[in-house]
Design a protein around this ligand. Sequence first.
Ligand SMILES: *Cc1c(COP(=O)(O)O)cnc(C)c1O
Length: 374
Amino acid sequence: MPHATTAHSPKSAPAFGRFFLPGPTEVLPEILAAQTRPMIGHRGKAMEHLIAEMMPGLQRIFRTARPVYIAAASATGLMEAAVRNCAGRRVLALVNGAFSDRFLRIAQANGAEVHACEVPMGHVHRPELVESELRRKQYDAITVVHSETSTGALNPIRDIAEVAHRAGETLLLVDSVTGVGGAPVETDAWSLDFILTGSQKALALPPGLALGVANTRALERARHASNRGVYFDLLEFESYIRKNQTPNTPALSLMYALAAQVARIESETIESRWARHRAMAERVWEWSGEMQARGVDLRVLAPEGHRSPTVTCLTLPEGRLGPSVTEGLKARGYTISAGYGALKDSSIRIGHMGDHTVSELNALLAELADVLGA
Ligand SMILES: *Cc1c(COP(=O)(O)O)cnc(C)c1O
């Protein structure tokens, strides 16, 4: 029997621009198609060529002169790598949502002595407060989430890095899973000791790859870590990437998609990509004001000046529930997310990241206004 057109074939897939989850994000058809290239040996010249060719583009995305590690894992894998290699014994965990809480739990699970510094959901960590924590006690590392995907709040990681480094030997470990590729990140200029992301967020690739950069301070710490383990040993990543290889079998099909996407980002330029994300975020903030003017009490959870350019959490008017709003949109062919965890019923989240544009976003917002009865 010939292969019939199935629900999964590109022919029946909806037009690009309908899927606005804050991860995984929508992947362009040509990027999905790049995954169908044939297999190659991962210790041969073809593999080395693939990695060597995309490395300068990856470095421009992270704004670093250091090599970018490529792991076959979801982003949480490199969160664990950050902790096992670089956290030391005493960790200050900056918590302001679900993913920063995950970072804290990973540190605890790996035996660190963790002090949680918590601010309410939607808020960010102020560098002055971090500095006073560091004056009270010495820490080997700080864990922080750049763009807290559960609330849409954007931590000032540049300023937090500055106070961390003023404190001496404290390393800053940054989860920038919904930052890198969408929000401005300056790995080298801000002296971020370890930074990681995942493929399925602002980079708009299928899930399954985690990318990270360690500076020399982080590697020095790793060298003295007694419990780095095997799969996420950063010293192994460092020595293999120098040969344009990965320590173990890479997720080859995803690497093809990554190479294609890095080339696309190179032609867009990372600065334009940041600007496009900023424009999408500003459109959502402005639109929530328009909704209020029309009597629908929709509010951006994160305070002005501390909002992520890649994801917005909107608190709903009394009597509207997150899951029912997302269902209403689904019936119109659009996907967004309800709130995360405790915020599930009271809010919705729009992932305006990856390869979407303001015009696609406007189409979504028009449907959403309708669902909300505005
Ligand atoms: C999605 C996300 C993660 C987890 O990523 P996985 O790929 O599911 O492991 C971690 N941190 C943040 C901020 C995220 O948005």
